[in-house]
Design a protein around this ligand. Structure first.
Ligand code: FAD
Length: 293
């Protein structure tokens, strides 16, 4: 019998993942599943466990490099129906995993709610933003999140609140498989003032990041007290190219995928950059992006 019988509406087989990543790279997933409700998600998890199918949770794929061979697994994307909701109640916002971060930022600006405008220009979903503690020079999502609702790999749902919920540089202490939603605490402010911050942040990003290319944001975390981009630049690696993957001239911590690029090209370029930075500065660059292969 089909492993996912009765769930055909939300399950696709041999589904190409490239169109779900910002890189536009990645082979097929054995199962690509888009549950519409928490109940359906629980059922998907149960069937995967019963059949020993590994699960990957995909947001909007803006921090991911997926291998050319794809994944012998179930890739679960929480993006529709129940999972796309956002609820604003005075200064409290509940944003579900599939809500789009950039849209939420703008909604909050319009409502005169300050707290996440620093996330302007960061693509992705709420689930991905929380998991990665998305942010940068202007602040990160940690400062706005009060609590999260999670589901573990056995289908148990529970809440995690600060101070048990801890964020650090591009990460959290969330170990549960699924972030279902996040509760944010924002503060009332003048919409025009918040909009000015949004615009300034956006202009900064436009001037400093290769936004018109296929990329995945910063490849490496900044080592303590140093910018990874500056190290790569000082090592003379801007414009270094392997196959269709190229180190951006605009921001050396970005690797862009040109026409014909494969995931393998990006992985080889990542290795080359790491090796050269290690040789020159004796610093091991740590990945900020996630590689699924
Ligand atoms: C042009 C560009 C600029 C960027 N600039 C920044 C920046 O300034 N600052 C910054 O921090 N990042 C930046 N990024 C990286 C990226 O946008 C963020 O990391 C973003 O938060 C990832 O969200 P996503 O939904 O795309 O997650 P994905 O890339 O799909 O997934 C990232 C991780 O989150 C996990 N995940 C996603 N959803 C869930 C969920 N519901 N439950 C559990 N786990 C989940 C995935 O399993 C994976 O481990 C940039 C990326 C691009 C392409």
């Amino acid at each position: 019998m089909n492993i996912f019988s009765g769930l055909e509406e939300i399950v696709e087989t041999s589904h190409p993942l490239a169109k779900h990543t910002w890189y536009g790279l990645g082979g097929p997933a054995d199962y690509f599943i888009r549950p519409k409700t928490v109940k359906q998600l629980k059922e998907v998890v149960r069937r995967c466990n019963e059949n020993r199918i590994p699960i990957y949770v995909l947001g909007f794929g803006s921090n991911l490099l997926i291998g050319d061979e794809g994944l012998r697994a179930a890739v679960v994307k929480l993006e529709t129906d129940e999972f796309a909701q956002t609820k604003l109640d005075s200064e409290k916002v509940t944003a579900w995993a599939g809500a789009e971060l950039s849209k939420l930022v703008l909604t909050c600006v319009q409502k005169g709610l300050s707290g996440i405008e620093a996330l302007t220009g960061i693509p992705g979903s709420m689930g991905g933003a929380v998991k990665m503690n998305a942010g940068g020079n202007f602040g990160d999502i940690a400062s706005a999140v009060e609590s999260v609702t999670l589901m573990d790999i056995h289908g148990n749902i529970f809440e995690k609140k600060k101070p048990e919920l801890v964020f650090d540089y591009r990460g959290t202490n969330i170990t549960a498989k699924f972030i279902l939603n996040a509760q944010l605490k924002l503060t009332g402010a003048d919409p025009e003032q918040i909009m000015r911050t949004v615009k300034e942040t956006w202009i900064y990003k436009k001037n400093n990041q290769p936004l018109n290319t296929k990329n995945c944001g910063c490849i490496f975390k900044n080592p303590r007290g140093v910018s990874a981009g500056a190290l790569i630049d000082r090592a003379g690696l801007k414009a270094l190219q392997i196959g269709g993957a190229i180190v951006s001239e605009k921001h050396a911590n970005f690797i862009s995928a040109e026409k014909g690029c494969t995931s393998k090209d990006v992985m080889r370029l990542i290795d080359a950059v790491r090796q050269r930075v290690k040789e020159q500065f004796d610093i091991e660059l740590e990945l900020e992006i996630e590689i699924w292969k």
